[in-house]
Design a protein around this ligand. Structure first.
Ligand code: ZN
Length: 174
């Protein structure tokens, strides 16, 4: 397993729409394992493949609480079949937008269809933090970031800040 470098805002790669995986083979399992290792190292509770520059519809999540045993989950070609009218608000963050957090409102519960790490088709109901995390990561597969769900003013501020930081990183490299 390998820890991969994370793609950071405002890299346009984050705006790409990821393509479905045609089969779950050893290469896909390796990708899932690398993603989990990268996520745990960060540390984070969710990661989409596009965040390490791979435009494929796969994401990994572990919403186990601190002190609890690890509970890695792999979702391949996830599809939201239904969402509750009830909504809930979480303070979200993103490994591609480090150290920035904002409250985002989303459906409180979803029904999801996906393939697991072994390629088996599964369906699940998710609520609480898992539902939020799944929606956040599925957004990534569609080139959508959590800052797209906050006010335009706040979003522009964040993008400006990260664009400036990226320029500074660039100039240091010269
Ligand atoms: Zn994210």
């Amino acid at each position: 397993m390998t820890i991969k470098p994370l793609i950071i805002l405002p890299d346009p790669v984050l705006r790409q729409v990821s393509a479905p995986l045609e089969r779950v083979d050893d290469a896909v399992k390796r990708l899932a394992d690398d993603m989990l290792e990268t996520m745990y190292d960060a540390p984070g509770i969710g990661l989409a493949a596009i965040q390490i520059g791979v435009p494929r519809r796969i994401l990994v999540i572990d919403v186990a609480k601190e002190g609890e045993e690890k509970a890695p989950q792999v979702f391949i070609n996830p599809e939201i079949l239904g969402a509750s009218e009830d909504r809930s608000t979480y303070e979200e963050g993103c490994l591609s937008i480090p150290d920035y957090y904002a409250e985002v409102e989303r459906p409180a519960a979803i029904t999801l269809r996906y393939l697991d790490r072994d390629g088996a088709e599964r369906q699940m109901e998710a609520d609480g933090l898992l539902a939020t995390c799944l929606q956040h990561e599925i957004d990534h597969l569609n080139g959508v970031l959590f800052i797209d769900h906050i006010s335009k003013l706040k979003r522009e501020m964040v993008v400006r800040k990260f664009t400036k930081a990226a320029k500074l990183r660039g100039s240091k490299a010269i």
